[in-house]
Design a protein around this ligand. Structure first.
Ligand code: ASP
Length: 453
């Protein structure tokens, strides 16, 4: 049995839905279909989720959002008319949308989540109606009815473990199940959404709960590429990679698959297959527990901007009990989380996402480190990019770091820091953000394009 998930661009028009229908019905194993809200039809288009966010904001301020509501409804109407569906489904969607928009707005976070979730919820209803119209036994299943319970964290909900057992019962349901992605219900019966792009997470939770043989994640690319195609032309496709490799890559900018979505599939040992709705016969990329290591040390290179570092030095830091704890406590007091902490004997660098720290917070953090830790030197460097060179094969290959740093030096890129985790699945390089593209191209050339000598 397979759980399949389709992303917003695969569900944005009637024509796309016809492809989805063919994919699902061409394989009897495809029993559970998780769907997103309608996504972009072309690059300047607006996703229904973004329209809904704007609707909710206007409703909170002015108690109405006529034009935006119209824009949302038009998206469903045009899909329904492409597919010759009766007007009944549109009337139902209009009724449900207005009901949620008119609902209690005293808790704006929860209200926002309920409005956002309606995007996938209404689309799941429409898609179930379409499958039925085509003579297929299919039904919309509501996450509350199925027992998909999540924590009470609006916009960042986490699945509660008991959900898995509840979801297993869906196996007994006849016909195809059309399940809305992106949200679950708290124990109080309120809607809470996952983080953005969270329908991937729903698919993974369902695959785990239903003990599926595979989780197929349909999107609009043929495969996960070994490097960002906007930085390197025609990069190599990845046929197979491990959960850990995917996690490292998606951490630093690989956006094909939500990084939180790996956990439920990984815990149940269910392989994930990323495939293309527009080219379903292509094998896509498989994410698995273990793979044969046939491609050398590196499987992919990722990069992301928007980092900064706090450098702290103090003579004899290594002998001072609790220095690291107190340093990180200061960050915690400011609600700032950190990414890496490469260190020397008398110094440590804390790397964090820049967006977490405004000017005032930065000043206060630096002052507290100077005063409370009596540091000799503290300074913050902005505008950093992190590069991740990822591959399970690194463990068995000598000299990967040397090759990577030589490639960077040949390209004239100064390495600000290096960090190799003890898992030996990745090496991280910190470079100036202006050098990001040059650095990624140099690394790609070294590990993928250069002819081995
Ligand atoms: N529609 C939601 C979003 O745009 C969730 C998803 O598409 O996965 O974030």
């Amino acid at each position: 049995m397979k759980v399949v998930k389709f992303g917003g661009s695969s569900l944005s028009t009637g024509e796309q839905l016809e492809k989805v229908f063919r994919i699902v019905t061409s394989d009897r194993e495809r029993k559970v279909v998780v769907v997103s809200a309608p996504g972009k039809r072309f690059s300047e288009d607006i996703k229904v989720t973004d329209l809904l966010i704007a609707c909710a904001e206007q409703y909170v301020k002015f108690g109405e959002a006529k034009e935006l509501v119209r824009a949302v409804l038009e998206r469903y109407e045009s899909i329904a008319s492409d597919l010759n569906l009766s007007n009944e489904i549109i009337k139902k969607i209009e009724h449900d949308l207005l009901e949620v928009l008119e609902s209690d707005r005293s808790k704006p976070d929860k209200y926002m989540d309920a409005v956002k979730a309606s995007g996938e919820d209404n689309h799941a209803k429409l898609i179930a109606a379409y499958f039925q119209h085509m003579g297929i036994k299919a039904s919309y299943v509501n996450p509350l009815e199925a027992g998909l319970f999540v924590s009470d964290e609006p916009g960042n909900a986490q699945v509660l473990p008991e959900s898995y057992e509840n979801l297993y019962k869906l196996r007994n349901r006849e016909g195809i199940i059309i399940f809305p992605g992106f949200f679950g219900f708290t124990k109080e019966g309120e809607i809470a959404t996952f983080s953005r792009s969270g329908s991937d997470i729903t698919g993974s939770i369902l695959a785990h709960g239903l003990k599926a043989d595979i989780y197929e994640n349909f999107t609009d690319v043929d495969a996960v590429y070994s490097v960002n195609p906007n930085i390197v032309n025609n990069p190599k496709e990845i046929k197979e990679l491990t959960y850990r490799e995917m996690r490292e890559l998606s951490y630093a900018g690989f956006s094909v698959f939500h990084d939180e979505a790996l956990i439920p599939a990984y815990r149940a040992g269910i392989p994930v297959n990323v495939k293309n709705t527009n080219n379903p016969s292509a094998p896509g990329t498989k994410i698995v527990n273990r793979r044969d290591n046939t491609n050398g040390p590196v499987i992919g290179i990722a990069s992301d901007k928007g980092f900064c570092s706090i450098y702290v030095s103090k003579y004899l830091m290594n002998r001072e009990l609790g220095f690291g704890r107190r340093l990180l406590q200061i960050l915690e007091d400011h609600g700032v989380s950190y990414e890496h902490t490469p260190s020397g004997i008398d110094d440590v660098t804390v790397i964090l996402r820049e967006s977490q720290m405004d000017k005032a917070a930065e000043e206060s953090i630096v002052n507290r480190i100077k005063k409370e830790l009596q540091a000799d030197d503290v300074h913050v460097e902005h505008g950093l990019a992190l590069l991740m060179v990822v591959g399970e094969g690194m463990r068995h290959n000598v000299g990967t770091t040397a090759r990577a740093s030589q490639a960077l030096s040949r390209a004239g890129v100064n390495i600000e820091m290096i960090n190799q985790g003890s898992s030996e699945v990745s090496i991280m390089f910190g470079v100036k953000a202006v050098d990001e593209h040059k650095a990624v191209q140099a690394l790609y050339h070294e590990f993928f394009a250069a002819v081995p000598v």
